[in-house]
Design a protein around this ligand. Sequence first.
Ligand code: CAA
Length: 384
Amino acid sequence: MDFSLSEEQLMIQNAARSFAQQQCLPGVIERDEKQQFPKQQIEELADLGFLGMMTPIQYGGAGMDTISYVLAMEEISKVDASVSVCMSVNNSLVCWGLDHYGTEQQKIKYLTPLAQGKKDGSIYIGAFLLSEPEAGSDATHQHTSAVDNGDHFILNGVKNWITNGSSASVYLVMAQTDASKGPKGINAFIVEKNTPGITIGPKENKMGIRGSDTHAISFSDVVVPKENQIGADGFGFTFAMKTLNGGRIGIAAQALGIASGAYELALAYSKQRKSFGKPIYEHQAIQFKLAEMATRIQTARLLCYQSAWEKDNGLDYTLSAAMAKLHASDTAMWVTTEAVQVHGGYGFVKEFHVERLMRDAKITQIYEGTSEIQKMVIGRSITR
Ligand code: CAA
């Protein structure tokens, strides 16, 4: 067993760290406050090749492994989780899904600019439309319909909580083509955002990741050409689940980054802040908190690496991805709360970053499958 990172992986980690410190840190508090989409940062991510990290070079990607993706996600999430969620959705849910299940024509037309993150000089990213007002955790009960109408489908319905909802150019939409078949009657479609009949709702006013643009999206008689269906008839739910398995590694790495960002801030503060005549890290009450933070973060990191390694080696990573997401997101919530505590009153104000990290941590226990769904996936897997 080898725990060392390759030279290339270390290079990616360093590049992501510099990007986070130089491009994301300035203005992160204001972007959060104003709910401002990090457009400039996303453009720079595209230039770095971080929007299609695992996509083969021939389709506009960087052709890297999943470990490199985890490393980059951790570094960027330490500073700005609104940037990293956009990156995660485009990489794991959109590009990976198209790369593995798209046709050659779909890969040339859509995957290539999506992995490059740009088309004709403008941002070109994607979104993943599975959740609905009445189908969140219970994702098999899709109400959005896709009716076969000769050479095209007609989509009607509403999707919600869509990350990149207004900034994406391409949507991957799950819809029910035959309700009598249940999950086997669901299909996945590539839908261009500017197709007539699509309405984007207002930006959600969120507790955390406030810079990312989250919207409800409605479809009213939206015409989707048959060549935009992904995979064979009835493959849509399996497509969503298989894609989400990888997405969960990305969100686990995001949670890991939020936790390690908060830990690093708490550690630095504990060395600088004095009470009762010594730096506070010398008090056992604080040192035990730091020790437990470091330990929980390292276990989350190892789970992320294991799952990424399994994915890169062609093994089934459903279980490890669910475990990584469950543990890393709980770690993020616990560590950020403790980091605020270490900062005392300063942790409760915006200038010190940890309060934002604590707010950002919460969503990692909810999206791409709640912690309860991860326990279902783990429970089913270990009892099978
Ligand atoms: N990997 C591969 N296949 C899976 C799977 C997985 N993780 N989970 C389920 N499946 C397959 C099952 O094997 C089954 O296939 P077969 O019929 O061929 O055996 C099929 O999918 C249906 O599964 P179940 O019978 O287990 O259905 P269920 O309703 O009992 O449970 C569920 C399904 C696991 C709860 C699923 O609905 C689920 O994962 N829900 C959570 C949805 C989710 O993660 N949403 C996130 C939204 S996207 C998002 O957040 C993106 C963003 O913008 C940030």
